[in-house]
Design a protein around this ligand. Structure first.
Ligand SMILES: C[S@@+](CC[C@H](N)C(=O)[O-])C[C@H]1O[C@@H](n2cnc3c(N)ncnc32)[C@H](O)[C@@H]1O
Length: 279
């Protein structure tokens, strides 16, 4: 080993990087490792087996660590996100999928069991594509139409749809609500923006698209519009994710419209997280 070589070994770089991430994550060692694995294009086992090897251009690695230390979500740095045990592409312009949205997918998979023939499902606000793709994967007799008002989100969704080979099963349109969908719809599903415009979100959310998070003065405006769209389209089922404190205003509208029977489901922390209406 060259005594004048001041570059860091993998072990030294990981130690320093972990210390730089202490304030932003509960898992500094793990995230330092994920980012080094991403930077060097080597898996974690390789890194452990070569922990005394020197890193060329460690500045590049520490630039990633500085971005993370500045609270940029790790998913936007590595361009990867896990949802429903699958790995998806993610980038700025689409919301980073949240684990609780898996519950919404579960609800729609349950509803699909009530259909014997082909099911037409429409998703409002496809984002990165995670919901439509997991439904296409788990509901063999499904045909899916999805919309989003964001062109960037649609580009990201299309990459994922192609990755999972569902180009023939999921059609995506740059449209608001279901404005461009003419055909009969059996199930509408949506995880829409549901945060009030003046709500002060934490710094990591500043990296995510505003149009995926904020929905108006109250926060439930888009959810309510979706309920009206579903009623007008005479769908059999509507399934939506909601904010933890929005149950009452949704119940009020569903009752006012006499839309059908409904129930709310909770997330793993016990908060109301979504509802399903059957007509
Ligand atoms: C909370 S994100 C959900 C993304 C993805 N479905 C998920 O669960 O991770 C909401 C998405 O709805 C889109 N959106 C907002 N208003 C919309 C509208 N009126 N019609 C269609 N999509 C809309 C946003 O661009 C964003 O991609």
């Amino acid at each position: 080993m060259d005594k004048n070589d001041t570059s860091l070994s993998i072990k030294q770089a990981l130690k320093l990087a972990s210390s730089m991430l202490l304030k932003v994550t509960q898992y500094p060692k793990k995230e330092a490792l994920i980012l080094l694995s991403y930077f060097l294009c080597k898996d974690e086992v390789w890194l452990f087996l070569h922990e005394d090897s020197k890193i060329k251009n460690s500045d590049g690695y520490f630039n990633l660590i500085k971005r993370r230390a500045n609270e940029e979500p790790i998913e936007y740095i590595t361009k990867k996100v896990s949802f429903y045990s699958e790995e998806f592409f993610i980038d700025y312009g689409a919301l980073i999928p949240r684990p609780e949205t898996e519950l919404l997918v579960d609800e729609v998979i349950k509803l699909a069991k009530n259909f014997k023939k082909e099911i037409n499902i429409s998703e409002i606000g496809i984002g990165s594509g995670i919901i439509s793709i997991m439904l296409a994967k788990n509901i063999k007799n499904s045909k899916i139409t999805a919309t989003d008002t964001s062109i960037k989100a649609i580009e990201i969704a299309k990459k994922n749809i192609e990755k999972f080979s569902f180009l023939d099963k999921i059609k995506v349109f740059n449209s608001s609500y279901l404005d461009c969908v003419e055909e009969k719809i059996d199930i509408i599903v949506s995880n829409p923006p549901y945060v009030a415009n003046d709500y002060e979100v934490e710094k990591p959310l500043h990296y995510e698209p505003k149009e995926a998070i904020f929905a108006g003065e109250e926060g439930d405006e888009i959810l309510k519009n979706i309920i009206h769209v579903a009623k007008k389209k005479k769908v059999k089922y509507l399934a939506c994710e909601i904010g933890y404190n929005q149950k009452d205003s949704i119940v009020e509208l569903l009752d006012k419209l006499s839309f059908g029977e409904y129930y709310f489901y909770k997330d793993l922390s016990g908060f109301d997280r979504g509802f399903v209406v059957s007509t």
